[in-house]
Design a protein around this ligand. Structure first.
Ligand code: PAF
Length: 278
């Protein structure tokens, strides 16, 4: 596996890969790789593309009250995982490369970036869209892979790519779960033993609510019951909503392409999850 830490090294590594493979895939990450990330890399490799994974903890997507310095980092472990999955190139830029001091451009996405995580984390999607646009410009992949776990992020990136006419395809990959259903996330390591045992109640509640909605119940009561069920188990519910999949606009019943999205807190840990309806 090639490793690039500077733009000139990245350019020559990508040029070399383009000679040997007929397409390039990109898996953008912030490191602390788990099975969910590995699945994205495997999807890129299985597509026949030379697969590039970026590791960059992006300061622009962290709010002032979010602890950037506490974000887990494990470069050696991440590189070993990427190599084991058949990744062709790891791209590890530093902050100065990604955000030159003189820069004056960021990317603001409206539409699917509004509400939900957009409200809970002001500026977050501006940071995600900006860093993804930069990574797409640097690597120039044919496809980029994102987990469906961050459903709103996936829709924001798809919207940006469509609106800016960027020449790549965004591929969403289904959420990878622990045996008990908890969606894999680098935040799970911050759960206490007791919180970890309780955490799968979130996916259980999403699945139970999905069943009620697909059997034709209107969303209002089912969503209210879901909140109460989670709160009674000690979760703080940020939101539990039924939305149209691509726009993230709320819908009142289980229309085709609808998505149940939720964020519930256990202690300081925000657990994000979502499932498709129908
Ligand atoms: O999902 C993530 O890890 C990040 O938001 C991403 C897409 C790598 C951008 O920094």
């Amino acid at each position: 596996m090639l490793i690039a830490r500077t733009l000139p090294d990245l350019r020559s590594a990508c040029a070399h890969l383009r000679l040997t493979a007929n397409s390039l895939a990109l898996v953008p990450t912030m490191g602390a790789l788990h099975e969910g990330h590995r699945t994205l890399v495997r999807a890129g490799v299985a597509s026949g593309a030379a697969t590039v994974a970026s590791i960059f903890v992006n300061p622009l997507q962290f709010g002032p009250n979010e602890d950037l310095s506490r974000y887990p980092r494990d470069e050696a472990g991440d590189l070993a995982a990427l190599q084991a999955e058949g990744c062709a190139l790891a791209w590890l830029p530093d902050v100065e490369t990604m955000y030159p001091a003189v820069e004056a451009t960021t990317i603001t996405v409206e539409g699917p970036a509004k509400g939900w995580e957009g409200d809970a984390r002001p500026g977050h999607f501006r940071g995600v869209a900006t860093v993804c646009a930069k990574l797409f410009g640097q690597v120039r992949p044919d496809r980029a892979y994102f987990g469906e776990k961050d459903w709103q992020q996936l829709q924001v990136v798809k919207r940006m790519v469509a609106d800016l006419l960027l020449p790549l395809e965004i591929v969403g990959v289904p959420t990878v779960r622990e045996a008990d259903g908890l969606a894999m996330s680098s935040r799970n390591r911050f759960l206490s033993k007791e919180e970890r045992e309780k955490a799968p109640v979130l996916i259980g509640t999403l699945r139970a609510t999905a069943l009620r909605l697909t059997s034709g119940e209107p969303a209002g009561q089912a969503l209210a019951d879901a909140r109460v069920a989670l709160q009674s188990q000690g979760f703080g519910v940020d939101y539990f909503a039924l939305v149209e999949g691509a726009t993230l606009l709320p819908v009142a019943q289980a229309v085709s392409g609808a998505r149940l999205i939720a964020v519930a807190k256990l202690g300081p840990v925000r657990l994000l999850d979502n499932i498709g309806i129908g």
